[in-house]
Design a protein around this ligand. Sequence first.
Ligand code: GTP
Ligand code: SPV
Ligand code: MN
Length: 598
Amino acid sequence: MKHLTTNKYVVSWIEEMAAMTQPDKIVWIDGTEEQAEALRAEACATGEIIKLNQEKLPNCYLHRTAVNDVARVEGRTYICTEKKEDAGNINNWMAPAEMKAKLFKLYTGSMKGRTMYVIPYSMGVVGSDFAKYGIELTDSIYVVLNMLIMTRVGTNVLEALGDSADYIKGLHAKADIDEENRYITHFPETNEIMSVNSGYGGNVLLGKKCFALRIASYLGRKEGWMAEHMLILGVKYPNGEKKYITAAFPSACGKTNLAMLIPPKALKAEGYEVECVGDDIAWLRVNKEDGKLYAVNPENGFFGVAPGTNEKSNPNALHTCLRDTIFTNVVHDTKNNTVWWEGLDNNPPQPGDAIDWKGNPWDCTKYDKKDKSTCGAHPNSRFTALAKNCPCISPEFDSLKGVPVSAIVFGGRRAKTAPLVYQSFNWQHGSFVGSIMASETTAAAAGAVGVVRRDPMAMRPFVGYNMGDYWKHWLDMGKVIPNAPKIFHVNWFRTDDEGHFIWPGFGDNLRVLLWILARCEDKVDAVETAIGYVPKAEDINIEGLEGVTIDTIRDLLTVDVPSWKADVENIKEFYAQVGEAVPATMYEELAALEARLG
Ligand code: GTP
Ligand code: SPV
Ligand code: MN
């Protein structure tokens, strides 16, 4: 076997993994277009992917996963540290030796008759201070093609790594796609990720949630930086000035949509623009020169939710995935050889011309909004698309030092309780606001949908160590950022008594972002409430907004004291569950909130 590197740590690890999985051959991924094209052709020949209409959707493909394998599996995701308390009560834990013994059985011989692909990749711009390197071994061409979009892949990564042992080892084997033996496991103390029996997104694209959040959050605490489930966007003012915001919302709660928003007409006319730096993950470091927190997006593409994406809700995302895209689990329109999903438009492919996400003929006339089993596209179907194809991608996307963050925004999907927007009193209180975040669950993870659960900093499924220690890291970071961002909380999802969203959302969310940025510069007043600073209703610009009056805004901004009191009780239970590692400061903030609520 000829390896693309002489790095002895890399070579010996690959040989060890190959001895266990026993592939027929090993192929290095070099990042060239020729190799990618050959792999696409091979995957088309086996039916693993379908080549779509190349006139309408150049270089686009469709893939369907196994029916039992359509989302992240939190119940089968493990943090394997030597001591259980280092993983904490919120993560699943198993001792490394025990987990490895279990995995050894599942991996042994799993690649017989298959090819093992070796993917050298970088999270962040190769050679930048932020960048971290990884190698993923996989027996899935689909994974290779996705990684080529989502990360920076190629021989330059190996050159940058040199002889160093400082890289993240990732092993993925499809095995039998057996849910009973599916494991997504992390060994933060030895920089290893091992995934088996899945072929879906976040379970197998190991650079994403496994590395850039779970392992990176662990490294961030050790090294004094942060890895967060956050979008990064820039707001360009009519005078040309730019301000950057990061926002943490749980899975399928609006990061991609906010990151690429198109300003409403009235604001566009004034000259406002929004630029996207990232839609899912932010790595944050303190800049020594100006003492501000700087953010980079370590990814190279978007793995975005398809359903609901349309010309009105998110035209930028739609245009991003018109070329060089892999669609997963959407409807195949066989007449046009294109794709469709719920919420794209009102012209679904007709019976006879439509194949659903499971690969069966689909009858759109039988579609019933309330019955998920009638969907053509899976609710968690996705597009994998290149960031550079996004019409509003920021010129700072490839920046080596990142962008300075003015505001950090937390947000969840909550029908009641959380107002449209509020500002925390300071960093410490803001960290507390993050720790008590709650949101209704979505199709992004296996399990029930629509159940409110606490999802601190939108990181509940992604913290690679003890949740309480993670909160302590947040509090500690506040002490070492001289010019720290201000921290806010938003909720686009408040509903009326009939269950309709009150706030129009999407592009109109810019109206809220402008209030947030005005607060960061002390340009606007606010009302102090028990939970934080809330806008004066007249300070949210509603010019040109149909159906929304100042009374609607007042309603959206109310702090409902009884429901907050009920929430406090639920927070106490959650803190008890997180356990001993919860910093005393968080309990002080909780007591202070309770006192202010009266
Ligand atoms: P992950 O990729 O899973 O981390 O999710 P994400 O946070 O990027 O979610 P995304 O932007 O893809 O949003 C998913 C869902 O939220 C879709 O169903 C959207 O239609 C809906 N959504 C996004 N923004 C808004 C909004 O402002 N208002 C309302 N009502 N729905 C929204
Ligand atoms: C999420 O679930 O938050 C995602 C999709 O962004 S996945 O990559 O599958 O985790
Ligand atoms: Mn995500």
